[in-house]
Design a protein around this ligand. Sequence first.
Ligand SMILES: [Zn+2]
Length: 173
Amino acid sequence: MIRSISMVSKKSAAAIHLGLAALLPLLFTVLVHGSGSSVPSLPSPRPETEREAAAKRVVNQSLQTWQERLDLKDWKIDVTLVHPSELDPKTLGNVHWDLNTKQATIRVLSAGDYMLATPAMLDDMEFTVVHELIHLHLAALPHTDASRPLEEHAVNEIARALLRLAKRVPPVK
Ligand SMILES: [Zn+2]
């Protein structure tokens, strides 16, 4: 069975801002790709920016590091950067999994759609990867509409604690 769990942002104000702001680059991207993808004579896509390259490096490194730390090595997990159209509104990532094959795909909002400066964006992307990996440990539990927000809250708290521990950030007073 494939389930989808979407991450609920840590800060609702930031998420609303992101949700609105993310629409503009999305529209632009859809138009550009819509007209260009089927016409081979158009110029090739612009080169990847350093910000986009850094985002790819960080999500892949985060997956490798945290899949090991969370003892999820028996899973086959991919991470991919996506535009907001592939995520639920106002979310920054999601994970789809198959419990039988232990395969999962984590989707993270792409660098071009993020409204944060690069260092903060990269930290946030790592948070999303850890968050979605924790969901995999809970994948076998029953999921209902009522349990979903409770799971999101628990997963956020655990992810935050793990990242603070890993980065040696003192606890919140
Ligand atoms: Zn979540």
